[in-house]
Design a protein around this ligand. Sequence first.
Ligand code: C5P
Length: 238
Amino acid sequence: MSQRPIIALDFPSKAEVEAFLDNFPKEESLFVKIGMELFYQEGPEIVRWLKGLGHSVFLDLKLHDIPNTVEKSMIGLAKLGVDITNVHAAGGVKMMEAAKAGLKKGTKAGAKVPILIAVTQLTSTSEKEMQEDQLIEVPLKDSVLHYAKCTEKAGLDGVVCSALEAQDIHQATSETFVCLTPGIRPSGSEVGDQQRVVTPIAAKKIGSTYIVVGRPITQAENPYEAYQSIKNEWNGAR
Ligand code: C5P
């Protein structure tokens, strides 16, 4: 089966998501990302609704709290039937283990436990900011690789990272470690505020497991055409 790029539904309301989804054939099963913007407005119902329409959901809430709170929250997210969700690796190995335990507890018997990944350093954080604000004195790349190793140790499935980091992360962990990568732009498109962008075909070659694409699809004149073209490129058809 061909792989679907994950569409970032960066919209402020369900009404806008509905208008966007009207661009796609009803029977097309999509993989979508719900972030904080949409989730904090529409609540868990937005996940149930999208799952009910037959879509797969990456719930991008980046949990970071004490292990007990994260575990209890993850029980609830698993009950919603999310396919992928995430935490901040900075919460520590114990917090990540608790997150995984929560997902297992909340998953119905016989169902697949959601894929759990961690954010290492946010891509908006510069090396200087990391060193000054977090008092982490190593280079940014070392911190990213360290967090990736902690994530693996905690039994999680992988990390959110730049496609440009995927190779090093796979070397530091394993080939099957999930690298879910935003910052994707089809060749010749608007870069927007993303600094280091990679095309879908390059991301595939470097080792991305999943790609997340927002504006090149959501802001396209013809979102379905843009989606298909990115999907084809991602699957090596171009
Ligand atoms: O519109 P665009 O393709 O840039 O959207 C990418 C999506 O991935 C957005 O939802 C953005 O918040 C998210 N993201 C990112 N970089 C990260 C983590 C998440 O761009 N490091």
